[in-house]
Design a protein around this ligand. Structure first.
Ligand SMILES: C[S@@+](CC[C@H](N)C(=O)[O-])C[C@H]1O[C@@H](n2cnc3c(N)ncnc32)[C@H](O)[C@@H]1O
Length: 358
Protein backbone atom coordinates (compact mmCIF):
# COMPACT_ATOMS: atom_id res chain seq x y z
CA UNK A 1 0.00 0.00 0.00
CA UNK A 2 1.18 3.51 -0.71
CA UNK A 3 2.50 5.50 2.20
CA UNK A 4 3.29 9.13 2.85
CA UNK A 5 6.97 8.27 2.60
CA UNK A 6 6.73 8.00 -1.19
CA UNK A 7 6.51 5.04 -3.49
CA UNK A 8 9.39 3.27 -5.15
CA UNK A 9 9.59 3.92 -8.85
CA UNK A 10 6.88 6.57 -9.03
CA UNK A 11 6.68 7.71 -12.64
CA UNK A 12 7.50 11.32 -13.47
CA UNK A 13 5.01 11.22 -16.31
CA UNK A 14 2.28 8.80 -17.31
CA UNK A 15 4.02 6.20 -19.48
CA UNK A 16 2.70 5.71 -22.99
CA UNK A 17 0.42 2.75 -23.04
CA UNK A 18 -0.44 2.99 -19.32
CA UNK A 19 -4.11 2.96 -20.10
CA UNK A 20 -5.22 2.72 -16.48
CA UNK A 21 -3.28 5.81 -15.34
CA UNK A 22 -4.48 7.80 -18.36
CA UNK A 23 -8.02 6.75 -17.62
CA UNK A 24 -7.74 7.75 -13.97
CA UNK A 25 -6.19 11.10 -14.89
CA UNK A 26 -8.99 11.67 -17.42
CA UNK A 27 -11.57 10.83 -14.73
CA UNK A 28 -10.09 13.46 -12.39
CA UNK A 29 -9.76 16.00 -15.22
CA UNK A 30 -13.40 15.49 -16.21
CA UNK A 31 -14.45 15.95 -12.58
CA UNK A 32 -12.35 19.11 -12.31
CA UNK A 33 -13.45 20.64 -15.60
CA UNK A 34 -17.07 19.49 -15.87
CA UNK A 35 -18.53 18.31 -12.55
CA UNK A 36 -16.98 20.54 -9.91
CA UNK A 37 -16.89 24.07 -11.42
CA UNK A 38 -19.97 26.01 -10.42
CA UNK A 39 -20.36 23.92 -7.27
CA UNK A 40 -16.89 23.84 -5.78
CA UNK A 41 -14.01 25.90 -7.23
CA UNK A 42 -11.76 24.25 -4.65
CA UNK A 43 -12.57 20.70 -5.79
CA UNK A 44 -12.22 21.85 -9.41
CA UNK A 45 -8.69 23.12 -8.73
CA UNK A 46 -7.68 20.08 -6.66
CA UNK A 47 -8.86 17.50 -9.19
CA UNK A 48 -7.33 19.26 -12.20
CA UNK A 49 -4.12 19.46 -10.13
CA UNK A 50 -4.32 15.73 -9.43
CA UNK A 51 -5.00 14.94 -13.09
CA UNK A 52 -1.71 16.68 -13.94
CA UNK A 53 0.19 14.93 -11.14
CA UNK A 54 1.46 11.55 -12.40
CA UNK A 55 2.94 10.56 -9.04
CA UNK A 56 -0.36 10.85 -7.23
CA UNK A 57 -2.31 9.32 -10.11
CA UNK A 58 0.03 6.32 -9.87
CA UNK A 59 -0.76 6.00 -6.15
CA UNK A 60 -4.50 6.32 -6.73
CA UNK A 61 -4.17 3.60 -9.36
CA UNK A 62 -2.94 1.18 -6.73
CA UNK A 63 -6.44 1.19 -5.23
CA UNK A 64 -9.13 -1.09 -6.68
CA UNK A 65 -11.00 0.46 -9.59
CA UNK A 66 -14.10 1.41 -7.61
CA UNK A 67 -11.96 3.22 -5.01
CA UNK A 68 -10.38 5.66 -7.49
CA UNK A 69 -13.47 7.88 -7.61
CA UNK A 70 -12.50 11.59 -7.16
CA UNK A 71 -15.29 12.19 -4.62
CA UNK A 72 -14.00 9.39 -2.39
CA UNK A 73 -10.43 10.65 -2.21
CA UNK A 74 -11.61 14.24 -1.68
CA UNK A 75 -14.00 13.26 1.12
CA UNK A 76 -11.34 11.09 2.80
CA UNK A 77 -8.90 14.02 2.79
CA UNK A 78 -11.48 16.41 4.24
CA UNK A 79 -12.60 13.83 6.83
CA UNK A 80 -8.97 13.84 7.97
CA UNK A 81 -8.85 17.63 8.10
CA UNK A 82 -7.75 18.91 4.66
CA UNK A 83 -8.69 22.58 4.43
CA UNK A 84 -9.88 24.61 1.48
CA UNK A 85 -6.79 26.16 -0.13
CA UNK A 86 -4.51 26.02 -3.15
CA UNK A 87 -3.60 22.68 -4.77
CA UNK A 88 -0.01 22.96 -3.52
CA UNK A 89 -1.18 22.84 0.11
CA UNK A 90 -3.67 20.08 -0.62
CA UNK A 91 -0.94 18.04 -2.30
CA UNK A 92 1.27 18.43 0.78
CA UNK A 93 -1.63 17.28 2.95
CA UNK A 94 -1.99 14.18 0.78
CA UNK A 95 1.76 13.48 1.04
CA UNK A 96 1.66 13.83 4.82
CA UNK A 97 -1.45 11.72 5.36
CA UNK A 98 -1.37 9.20 2.50
CA UNK A 99 -1.44 6.09 4.71
CA UNK A 100 -4.53 7.35 6.58
CA UNK A 101 -6.17 8.50 3.35
CA UNK A 102 -5.67 5.02 1.88
CA UNK A 103 -7.18 3.48 4.99
CA UNK A 104 -10.28 5.69 4.78
CA UNK A 105 -10.65 5.24 1.02
CA UNK A 106 -10.42 1.46 1.35
CA UNK A 107 -12.81 1.24 4.30
CA UNK A 108 -15.42 3.85 3.31
CA UNK A 109 -17.39 4.59 0.17
CA UNK A 110 -19.25 7.58 -1.25
CA UNK A 111 -22.53 7.51 0.62
CA UNK A 112 -23.61 11.11 0.22
CA UNK A 113 -27.11 11.29 1.65
CA UNK A 114 -28.96 14.20 0.08
CA UNK A 115 -32.30 14.94 1.72
CA UNK A 116 -32.81 17.65 -0.94
CA UNK A 117 -33.69 14.90 -3.43
CA UNK A 118 -36.99 14.44 -1.59
CA UNK A 119 -38.16 17.65 -3.30
CA UNK A 120 -37.90 16.05 -6.72
CA UNK A 121 -39.60 12.85 -5.56
CA UNK A 122 -42.40 14.55 -3.63
CA UNK A 123 -44.82 15.31 -6.53
CA UNK A 124 -44.64 11.69 -7.71
CA UNK A 125 -45.07 10.32 -4.19
CA UNK A 126 -48.06 12.59 -3.55
CA UNK A 127 -49.63 11.60 -6.89
CA UNK A 128 -49.21 7.90 -6.06
CA UNK A 129 -50.75 8.34 -2.58
CA UNK A 130 -53.68 10.31 -4.05
CA UNK A 131 -54.30 7.78 -6.85
CA UNK A 132 -54.11 4.75 -4.56
CA UNK A 133 -56.01 6.37 -1.66
CA UNK A 134 -53.79 4.70 0.92
CA UNK A 135 -50.78 5.74 3.00
CA UNK A 136 -47.39 5.00 1.55
CA UNK A 137 -44.83 2.41 2.61
CA UNK A 138 -41.46 3.75 1.50
CA UNK A 139 -38.64 1.36 0.72
CA UNK A 140 -35.44 3.03 -0.41
CA UNK A 141 -32.65 0.89 -1.85
CA UNK A 142 -29.18 2.39 -1.43
CA UNK A 143 -30.54 4.50 1.43
CA UNK A 144 -27.21 5.49 3.05
CA UNK A 145 -28.33 6.98 6.42
CA UNK A 146 -32.00 6.94 5.40
CA UNK A 147 -32.53 10.71 5.08
CA UNK A 148 -34.52 10.18 1.88
CA UNK A 149 -37.14 8.29 3.89
CA UNK A 150 -38.66 11.40 5.47
CA UNK A 151 -40.35 13.30 2.61
CA UNK A 152 -43.36 13.88 4.89
CA UNK A 153 -41.20 15.48 7.63
CA UNK A 154 -39.44 18.16 5.58
CA UNK A 155 -40.70 21.55 4.37
CA UNK A 156 -40.65 22.57 0.71
CA UNK A 157 -40.63 25.61 -1.55
CA UNK A 158 -41.43 24.96 -5.21
CA UNK A 159 -40.74 27.96 -7.44
CA UNK A 160 -41.95 28.04 -11.05
CA UNK A 161 -40.49 31.49 -11.70
CA UNK A 162 -43.78 33.28 -11.16
CA UNK A 163 -45.00 31.90 -7.83
CA UNK A 164 -43.78 29.86 -4.91
CA UNK A 165 -45.70 26.97 -3.33
CA UNK A 166 -44.81 26.27 0.30
CA UNK A 167 -45.56 23.02 2.08
CA UNK A 168 -44.83 22.05 5.66
CA UNK A 169 -45.57 18.99 7.78
CA UNK A 170 -48.98 19.28 9.42
CA UNK A 171 -47.77 17.79 12.71
CA UNK A 172 -44.59 19.30 14.06
CA UNK A 173 -41.88 16.83 14.86
CA UNK A 174 -42.04 15.41 18.37
CA UNK A 175 -38.75 17.04 19.36
CA UNK A 176 -39.79 20.28 17.67
CA UNK A 177 -36.72 20.12 15.46
CA UNK A 178 -36.83 22.74 12.71
CA UNK A 179 -37.24 20.81 9.43
CA UNK A 180 -35.00 21.71 6.51
CA UNK A 181 -36.71 23.74 3.79
CA UNK A 182 -36.06 22.00 0.48
CA UNK A 183 -36.09 24.60 -2.32
CA UNK A 184 -36.74 23.40 -5.84
CA UNK A 185 -37.26 25.32 -9.08
CA UNK A 186 -39.81 23.82 -11.44
CA UNK A 187 -40.44 23.91 -15.18
CA UNK A 188 -43.25 22.35 -17.18
CA UNK A 189 -46.47 20.92 -15.71
CA UNK A 190 -45.05 19.69 -12.39
CA UNK A 191 -47.96 18.33 -10.32
CA UNK A 192 -46.91 20.21 -7.17
CA UNK A 193 -49.09 18.75 -4.41
CA UNK A 194 -51.09 20.86 -1.98
CA UNK A 195 -50.29 18.57 0.95
CA UNK A 196 -47.61 16.12 1.98
CA UNK A 197 -48.39 12.43 1.37
CA UNK A 198 -49.08 10.23 4.42
CA UNK A 199 -46.29 7.76 5.15
CA UNK A 200 -47.18 4.75 7.32
CA UNK A 201 -43.94 2.75 7.09
CA UNK A 202 -40.38 3.42 5.97
CA UNK A 203 -37.33 1.22 5.52
CA UNK A 204 -34.04 1.30 3.68
CA UNK A 205 -31.54 -1.23 2.38
CA UNK A 206 -27.87 -0.37 2.05
CA UNK A 207 -24.61 -2.29 1.70
CA UNK A 208 -23.40 -0.23 4.66
CA UNK A 209 -26.16 1.71 6.43
CA UNK A 210 -24.81 4.84 8.10
CA UNK A 211 -26.03 5.59 11.61
CA UNK A 212 -26.91 9.21 12.30
CA UNK A 213 -26.34 8.49 16.03
CA UNK A 214 -22.71 7.48 15.40
CA UNK A 215 -20.26 10.41 15.40
CA UNK A 216 -17.85 8.83 12.86
CA UNK A 217 -20.68 8.21 10.42
CA UNK A 218 -21.93 11.78 10.92
CA UNK A 219 -18.41 13.14 10.29
CA UNK A 220 -18.21 11.05 7.12
CA UNK A 221 -21.60 12.29 5.89
CA UNK A 222 -20.45 15.86 6.52
CA UNK A 223 -17.11 15.31 4.72
CA UNK A 224 -19.07 14.12 1.68
CA UNK A 225 -20.63 17.55 1.28
CA UNK A 226 -18.47 19.59 -1.08
CA UNK A 227 -16.70 22.60 0.43
CA UNK A 228 -18.35 25.96 -0.35
CA UNK A 229 -21.79 24.27 -0.13
CA UNK A 230 -22.64 25.51 3.34
CA UNK A 231 -26.37 25.39 2.68
CA UNK A 232 -26.12 21.65 1.98
CA UNK A 233 -24.26 21.12 5.25
CA UNK A 234 -27.00 23.00 7.14
CA UNK A 235 -29.65 20.95 5.35
CA UNK A 236 -27.85 17.70 6.18
CA UNK A 237 -27.67 18.62 9.86
CA UNK A 238 -31.35 19.56 9.97
CA UNK A 239 -32.36 16.35 8.18
CA UNK A 240 -30.24 14.27 10.57
CA UNK A 241 -31.99 15.94 13.50
CA UNK A 242 -35.36 14.94 12.02
CA UNK A 243 -34.17 11.37 11.45
CA UNK A 244 -32.82 11.12 15.01
CA UNK A 245 -36.35 11.80 16.18
CA UNK A 246 -37.45 8.52 14.60
CA UNK A 247 -34.41 6.55 13.41
CA UNK A 248 -35.43 4.65 10.27
CA UNK A 249 -35.32 0.89 9.86
CA UNK A 250 -32.14 0.33 7.83
CA UNK A 251 -31.19 -3.15 6.69
CA UNK A 252 -27.60 -4.02 5.77
CA UNK A 253 -27.20 -5.98 2.56
CA UNK A 254 -27.16 -5.93 -1.19
CA UNK A 255 -30.33 -4.44 -2.59
CA UNK A 256 -30.71 -7.36 -4.98
CA UNK A 257 -30.49 -9.86 -2.14
CA UNK A 258 -32.78 -8.09 0.33
CA UNK A 259 -35.43 -6.32 -1.73
CA UNK A 260 -38.07 -9.07 -1.74
CA UNK A 261 -37.91 -9.95 1.96
CA UNK A 262 -37.83 -6.33 3.16
CA UNK A 263 -40.73 -5.45 0.83
CA UNK A 264 -42.72 -8.27 2.43
CA UNK A 265 -42.49 -6.42 5.78
CA UNK A 266 -44.48 -3.43 4.49
CA UNK A 267 -47.99 -3.37 6.00
CA UNK A 268 -50.63 -4.82 3.67
CA UNK A 269 -52.90 -1.76 3.88
CA UNK A 270 -50.26 0.56 2.41
CA UNK A 271 -49.06 1.34 -1.08
CA UNK A 272 -45.48 0.23 -1.39
CA UNK A 273 -43.09 2.55 -3.25
CA UNK A 274 -39.62 1.21 -3.99
CA UNK A 275 -37.30 4.08 -4.86
CA UNK A 276 -33.66 5.02 -5.31
CA UNK A 277 -31.47 8.02 -6.10
CA UNK A 278 -27.83 8.00 -7.15
CA UNK A 279 -27.47 4.27 -6.56
CA UNK A 280 -27.67 2.42 -9.86
CA UNK A 281 -24.28 3.76 -10.99
CA UNK A 282 -22.70 1.62 -8.27
CA UNK A 283 -24.11 -1.57 -9.77
CA UNK A 284 -22.81 -3.55 -12.72
CA UNK A 285 -25.01 -3.85 -15.80
CA UNK A 286 -25.95 -7.35 -14.61
CA UNK A 287 -26.86 -6.04 -11.13
CA UNK A 288 -29.04 -3.29 -12.60
CA UNK A 289 -30.80 -5.70 -14.88
CA UNK A 290 -31.47 -8.10 -11.98
CA UNK A 291 -32.88 -5.24 -9.91
CA UNK A 292 -35.20 -4.08 -12.72
CA UNK A 293 -36.57 -7.55 -13.13
CA UNK A 294 -37.17 -8.01 -9.35
CA UNK A 295 -38.87 -4.64 -8.99
CA UNK A 296 -41.18 -5.46 -11.90
CA UNK A 297 -42.08 -8.83 -10.39
CA UNK A 298 -42.83 -7.06 -7.12
CA UNK A 299 -45.09 -4.59 -8.93
CA UNK A 300 -46.99 -7.43 -10.59
CA UNK A 301 -47.35 -9.40 -7.33
CA UNK A 302 -48.07 -6.55 -4.91
CA UNK A 303 -49.10 -3.54 -6.96
CA UNK A 304 -46.04 -1.61 -5.77
CA UNK A 305 -44.66 1.47 -7.52
CA UNK A 306 -41.06 2.11 -8.57
CA UNK A 307 -39.42 5.53 -8.66
CA UNK A 308 -35.92 5.79 -10.08
CA UNK A 309 -33.95 9.05 -9.87
CA UNK A 310 -30.57 8.42 -11.44
CA UNK A 311 -27.83 10.16 -13.39
CA UNK A 312 -26.37 8.93 -16.61
CA UNK A 313 -23.02 8.14 -15.06
CA UNK A 314 -21.64 8.75 -11.61
CA UNK A 315 -18.99 6.08 -11.41
CA UNK A 316 -16.79 5.23 -14.34
CA UNK A 317 -17.94 1.60 -14.68
CA UNK A 318 -15.39 -0.97 -15.72
CA UNK A 319 -17.88 -2.53 -18.10
CA UNK A 320 -18.38 0.89 -19.76
CA UNK A 321 -22.15 0.69 -19.22
CA UNK A 322 -24.42 3.65 -18.60
CA UNK A 323 -27.22 3.95 -16.07
CA UNK A 324 -30.19 5.21 -17.96
CA UNK A 325 -29.55 4.02 -21.52
CA UNK A 326 -33.18 4.49 -22.45
CA UNK A 327 -32.72 8.24 -22.92
CA UNK A 328 -30.33 10.39 -24.89
CA UNK A 329 -27.58 11.37 -22.43
CA UNK A 330 -27.72 14.90 -23.85
CA UNK A 331 -31.25 15.27 -22.48
CA UNK A 332 -30.07 14.94 -18.91
CA UNK A 333 -26.46 16.12 -19.21
CA UNK A 334 -25.29 16.63 -15.64
CA UNK A 335 -28.77 15.96 -14.25
CA UNK A 336 -30.84 12.94 -13.20
CA UNK A 337 -33.78 11.26 -14.89
CA UNK A 338 -36.83 10.51 -12.76
CA UNK A 339 -38.86 7.53 -13.96
CA UNK A 340 -42.08 6.13 -12.53
CA UNK A 341 -42.56 2.42 -13.22
CA UNK A 342 -39.90 2.75 -15.92
CA UNK A 343 -41.55 5.69 -17.70
CA UNK A 344 -39.55 8.96 -17.81
CA UNK A 345 -41.38 11.60 -15.78
CA UNK A 346 -38.90 14.45 -15.20
CA UNK A 347 -35.34 15.69 -15.44
CA UNK A 348 -34.13 16.56 -11.96
CA UNK A 349 -31.29 18.53 -10.38
CA UNK A 350 -28.85 16.02 -8.87
CA UNK A 351 -29.26 17.47 -5.39
CA UNK A 352 -33.00 18.05 -5.76
CA UNK A 353 -32.63 21.71 -6.73
CA UNK A 354 -34.72 21.56 -9.93
CA UNK A 355 -37.55 19.59 -11.47
CA UNK A 356 -38.40 19.81 -15.20
CA UNK A 357 -41.52 17.80 -15.96
CA UNK A 358 -41.41 16.00 -19.30
C1 LIG B 1 -24.47 8.08 -3.45
S1 LIG B 1 -25.25 7.21 -2.15
C2 LIG B 1 -26.91 7.79 -2.35
C3 LIG B 1 -27.70 7.69 -1.08
C4 LIG B 1 -29.16 8.11 -1.17
N1 LIG B 1 -29.88 7.27 -2.10
C5 LIG B 1 -29.34 9.56 -1.53
O1 LIG B 1 -29.84 9.85 -2.63
O2 LIG B 1 -29.01 10.43 -0.74
C6 LIG B 1 -25.33 5.55 -2.79
C7 LIG B 1 -25.68 4.52 -1.73
O3 LIG B 1 -25.97 3.27 -2.38
C8 LIG B 1 -25.44 2.24 -1.60
N2 LIG B 1 -25.27 1.05 -2.45
C9 LIG B 1 -24.47 0.95 -3.54
N3 LIG B 1 -24.58 -0.28 -4.07
C10 LIG B 1 -25.48 -0.96 -3.32
C11 LIG B 1 -26.01 -2.28 -3.37
N4 LIG B 1 -25.65 -3.13 -4.30
N5 LIG B 1 -26.94 -2.61 -2.44
C12 LIG B 1 -27.32 -1.74 -1.48
N6 LIG B 1 -26.84 -0.48 -1.38
C13 LIG B 1 -25.93 -0.10 -2.29
C14 LIG B 1 -24.15 2.81 -1.06
O4 LIG B 1 -23.71 2.10 0.09
C15 LIG B 1 -24.55 4.24 -0.75
O5 LIG B 1 -25.00 4.39 0.57
Amino acid sequence: MATGQGLPQEPESIPDGDASASRTAAWYRHFGLVEAPGSSPCYAEWTVGLADDPQLIARIDQWPHDKRQPNLLLAAARYLGARVGPYKEFRQFLEDHWADISRIVLSRSTQTNEAGRCATLLPSLAAIAAAEGRPLALLEVGASAGLGLFPDRYSYEFDDGTSVTRLSPEEPSRTEVEPPVLRCTTAGPVPVPDRLPPVAWRAGIDLNPLDIRNSDDVAWLEALIWPEQEFRLRRLRQAMAIARDEPPLLIAGDLNDRLVDVAAQAPADTTLVVFHSAVMAYLSAEGRSRFRSTVRQLAAARGSHWLSNEGHMVIDQEDGSSVVPEVDPQLIAGKFLLTHNGIPEAVTGPHGQSLEWL
